[in-house]
Write a protein that binds this ligand. Structure first.
Ligand code: CU
Length: 516
């Protein structure tokens, strides 16, 4: 991993492999052993840390081999493998104590992909509390594919597949007026994170620019990237929202007409995962994707000569949220000689076996907990003062996450499942994510949805002045897998919020440990 000063003056972060590929897509099968050596070549380009601090960190790390924690710094890093059910231990998927210092010897990650990991799209990114936004916003993220989706859904067999990683970054043209094709809006407001605030119109300056596979699509004109396909070809598109703070609402339009998208997987899990229905394809014409989430869908390309775009429509992030306006991401062009995507799914494949454990929706929860997202101004009399972000177990006092604390907010037992009601007591959206496991979305805004698949990231609607209750979701957390044992985090996947304290600690005890 390295960073660099871009021509526009911003600092970019990137992974590069031994062959020079930027942020390579890792392709693995269940049962594969991944050995990944992470070399940290980060420099303190913005001069945020003193040389003395850096030396202290280096010597601490030399003694500990990178597993002993210590103070997180702008040039330290680590990796989180988002969505994988692997143990939260050093050299696997621990983000609490694993710190790889700049210039240190390569740090080895070594773990086996579980045999029962659902086939789909996962991802890797740094998870250094306080500096995750800086590194991810600057580009540090990559896709990971657990192969075999064609074993879970026959509809995708034989399709060519493409992986799209959508990232956000600070605006390239922050002072430019909006395009003359947009309606004229009142002067832009700035939210408390310093980003363009949601103006509720779908237009105006976005909080962040987006890029698709590192092709930037900057404000104000959003010159789209180019995707070529054979005319009317069906492909599987696997899209990761690796943004630090930007919500996506993806659609494919021919002219102005939204096209049907055949959703087959969310957050790495095929929609048929409950085993109750085969080959599920859910037809939709747009797909909301919070930061951290993934969608995999069948798309049919345009006929020759029909103008087509992949766009993100506006997302109403709430009165306290960022501005995520309508904008194009890529132009889709039909061409008889379109370059072929590198990868094609098998025409025939052995069907995926039944999950070893009963369907999560059929298991009785050991208990129900209530958690909530909230925000507080450090000076309640000054709307411009800094905001603290919290995720709190109902009944406890809200406290910003402290990486040095180590006391779990929640203690659970491996082998059980629990229902969590997660409320949003703030006026902007939050995206709940927990490490090491997937969960089942039972209720959204108090209404049962009982989805027949699993997620690892879910959006929680924002609080309005009219609401009689706090907006909420109810999810069933799955602590049955032995890899769920350990101490790890749950947090908001808007990384400015996570870095600002919106994270909590859970300790899942082994089934054999005595109750304390
Ligand atoms: Cu949040």
């Amino acid at each position: 991993m390295y960073n660099d000063r871009a021509p526009d003056g911003s600092t970019r972060y990137c992974y590069v492999d031994g062959n020079g590929n930027e942020s390579p897509t890792l392709r693995l099968k269940p049962g594969d052993l991944l050995i990944l050596k992470l070399k940290n070549d980060l420099a303190d380009i913005d001069k945020r840390a003193s040389v003395a601090q850096a030396r202290t960190r280096m010597s601490m790390q030399a003694q500990s081999g990178g597993c002993a924690g210590g103070s997180m710094a702008v040039t330290s890093t680590n990796l989180h493998f988002h969505g994988l059910t692997i143990p939260a231990v050093c050299h696997q998927d621990d983000v609490l104590k694993t710190l790889v210092g700049a210039g240190a010897a390569p740090f080895e990650y070594r773990f086996r992909i579980p045999e029962n990991q659902p086939p789909g799209l996962y991802w890797y990114h740094p998870h250094i509390h306080g500096f995750t936004t800086t590194q991810v916003l600057g580009g540090a993220s990559g896709a990971m594919i657990i192969e075999g989706i064609e074993r879970a859904n026959r509809e995708v067999r034989g399709l060519r597949e493409r992986v799209f990683v959508i990232r956000d970054q600070d605006l390239l043209n922050p002072n430019a007026p909006p395009s003359k094709f947009e309606p004229v809006l009142p002067k832009m407001l700035i939210d408390r994170d310093g980003d363009a605030a949601n103006n509720g119109t779908g237009f105006g300056k976005p909080a962040k620019d987006l890029s698709i596979n590192f092709v930037a699509v900057p404000y104000p004109d959003y010159p789209p990237a180019l995707i070529q396909m054979n005319p009317e070809e069906r492909q599987l598109w696997r899209v990761l929202n690796a943004s630090a703070v930007t919500y996506l609402n993806l659609a494919v339009v021919f002219g102005r007409t939204p096209q049907r998208l055949g959703l087959v997987a969310l957050d790495g899990v095929p929609l048929s995962y409950s085993g109750k229905r085969d080959d599920v394809v859910e037809t939709v014409n747009h797909l909301g994707v919070p930061p951290g989430a993934r969608v995999e869908f069948i798309v049919q390309g345009p006929p020759v000569g029909v103008p087509a775009l992949l766009v993100t429509r506006t997302v109403d992030t709430g009165p306290g949220g960022e501005n995520d306006p309508n904008r194009a991401l890529a132009r889709i062009e039909a061409a008889e000689v379109a370059p072929e995507p590198r990868s094609k799914l098998a025409d025939s494949a052995e069907p995926l076996g039944e999950p070893a454990l009963p369907w999560l929706g059929d298991v009785t929860p050991a208990r129900t907990r209530r958690l909530y997202f909230s925000e507080k101004l450090t000076d309640p009399n000054n709307p411009a003062s800094a905001v603290e972000f919290y995720i709190t177990v109902d009944g406890e006092a809200p406290v910003a996450f402290d990486p040095q604390c180590g006391m779990p907010n929640i203690v659970a037992k491996q082998g059980t499942v629990e229902d969590w009601i997660i409320e949003n007591r703030s006026k902007e959206l939050h995206a709940f994510h927990i490490h090491q496991l997937h969960f089942l979305l039972l209720d959204y805004q108090g209404l049962p949805v009982n989805e027949p698949f699993l997620r690892d990231t879910v959006n929680i609607p924002y609080l309005t002045d009219r609401a009689l209750n706090y907006p909420s979701v109810r999810v069933r957390m799955d602590f049955r897998d032995p890899s769920a044992v350990g101490t790890y985090v749950y947090h908001c996947h808007l990384l400015e919020h996570e870095d600002g304290g919106m994270m909590g600690l859970i300790r899942v005890e082994a089934a054999s440990e005595s109750n304390k």
